[in-house]
Design a protein around this ligand. Structure first.
Ligand SMILES: Cc1cc2nc3c(=O)[nH]c(=O)nc-3n(C[C@H](O)[C@H](O)[C@H](O)COP(=O)(O)OP(=O)(O)OC[C@H]3O[C@@H](n4cnc5c(N)ncnc54)[C@H](O)[C@@H]3O)c2cc1C
Length: 380
């Protein structure tokens, strides 16, 4: 049985490993973290990703650990409703729902679907060597693991990408994001409802993710590499958003400061080269995007499935990897570019521009829903 070595047990690496295993590969996933951690906040998986997970046999377990998204609302920072969209009906029409889930739950369900014996933790890849028949991954811990293919699913700051394409800094989007999960029960955000509220140079969002938990995030236009003020992230957030739509500061209040994450939002300009012989990039290492369309992990899931499909259909591993690279570029590049532009609009600071944006969101709601339907209706 040919062996595939996957670097990174994130959402992309685990999905690729499941798909490869199902198409006849012996899979080894090598992950830097010492164990499967209960980290991260929430995540939205749209119909396109849920359909892939169903095809891989992981859909039922993932959906059972998630909360459905039936209604999506866009509001002004004070809470004025601008659009309400029916995602329940859209999911029914497209054949699978949109869901909100805790990242740790998603990763645990994917690890179960793969079989945890295929994942080795505490392995930090530092380089790879390749030849005509395969590739070796070299690890800081001293291991040398060989496979007929090597998949670099090691995230936006990927070591494999760095070696394959040469070093290049990610592109800073101009805003930072805080994320958290609160145990709250607010009438404004019942299970099934997701809310985005837009302000000047900031946006916030909330989404129940099951088990009484509500995922929230906030962004703010700031220079890169900022750190928490002396009072911590919570104090910073309450200062920035304390007078916003009340459900949001309530969620921040209910989140322990130590559990609040802060990351500068980064992506990379799309490039067409993701492979080097029998080595391929996947997920954020290949096609990182800003989170404004909520599609980064969804695209990693699509790519994992398509990678295995292309390898199965091709005569050689090189041909399969090259077909994968070609078939995924246009869709992922479109999403990265569109998400970047949406991010610029959400980050408007000028009051007139913000006023106009809020009006246009209300007026163009139907058009944007048709566009969303096209985006998430794609089946790989
Ligand atoms: C604020 C925010 C909100 C988001 N919201 C959404 C959303 O709602 N919906 C959505 O679809 N996407 C969302 N995304 C994007 C999503 O998180 C990513 O696209 C997704 O996690 C990419 O998965 P991945 O497996 O490619 O990479 P990662 O999740 O980054 O996983 C990479 C893995 O590789 C490991 N690793 C790294 N280097 C090495 C090494 N040298 N050796 C071994 N292992 C290594 C890491 O420890 C990690 O486990 C969001 C992103 C952000 C920042």
């Amino acid at each position: 049985m040919p062996r595939a070595v996957v670097i990174g047990a994130g959402i992309g690496g685990l999905t690729a490993a499941i798909a490869l295993k199902q198409t006849g590969w012996d899979v080894s996933v090598c992950e830097r973290a010492p164990e499967l951690r209960e980290v991260g906040a929430g995540i939205t998986l749209w119909t396109n990703a849920v359909k892939v997970l169903r095809k891989l046999g992981a859909g039922e377990a993932v959906e059972a650990a998630a909360a459905p998204i039936k209604t999506s609302e866009v509001r002004s920072w004070r809470g004025k409703l601008l659009i309400r969209a029916d995602f329940g009906a859209l999911g029914q029409r497209l054949g699978a729902p949109c869901i909100g889930i805790h990242r740790a739950d998603l990763q645990a369900k994917l690890a179960d679907a793969l079989g945890r014996e295929h994942i080795q933790y505490g392995m930090t890849c530092v380089a790879y060597n390749r030849d005509g028949k395969g590739a070796n991954a070299l690890f800081a811990e001293g291991d040398d693991v060989r496979g007929q293919i090597l998949v670099g699913a090691d995230g936006i700051k990927s070591l494999v990408r760095n070696q394959l394409l040469g070093p290049e800094q990610p592109r800073y989007a101009g805003y930072t994001a805080w994320r958290g999960v609160a145990l709250i029960d607010r009438p404004e955000v019942p299970v099934g409802v997701t809310v985005l509220a837009m302000g000047r140079g900031s946006q916030v969002g909330m989404l129940p993710i099951g088990g009484g938990r509500t995922y929230w995030f906030a962004t703010q236009n700031v220079p890169p590499d900022g750190v928490a003020g002396p009072g911590g992230h919570k104090a910073d957030l309450l200062k920035l958003f304390g007078n916003w739509w009340p459900a949001f500061p309530a969620a921040v209040e209910a989140t322990p400061d130590a559990a609040i994450l802060r990351n500068d939002i980064i992506d990379r300009v799309p490039v067409r080269k993701w492979t080097d012989g029998r080595v391929a990039l996947l997920g954020d290492s290949a096609h990182p995007t800003t989170p404004n369309l909520g599609q980064g992990a969804c695209q990693a899931i699509e790519s994992g499935y398509v990678l295995a499909k292309c390898l199965k259909e091709a005569e050689t591993a090189e041909a399969g990897l090259s077909a994968y690279e070609q078939s995924r570029f246009d869709r992922t590049a479109q999403i990265t570019n569109e998400s970047w532009k949406v991010g610029k609009i959400l980050a408007y600071e000028n009051p007139l521009k913000c006023w106009f944006r809020d009006r246009m969101f209300g007026l163009l709601g139907g058009l944007s829903m048709r566009h969303t339907e096209k985006l998430i209706g794609v089946e790989v």
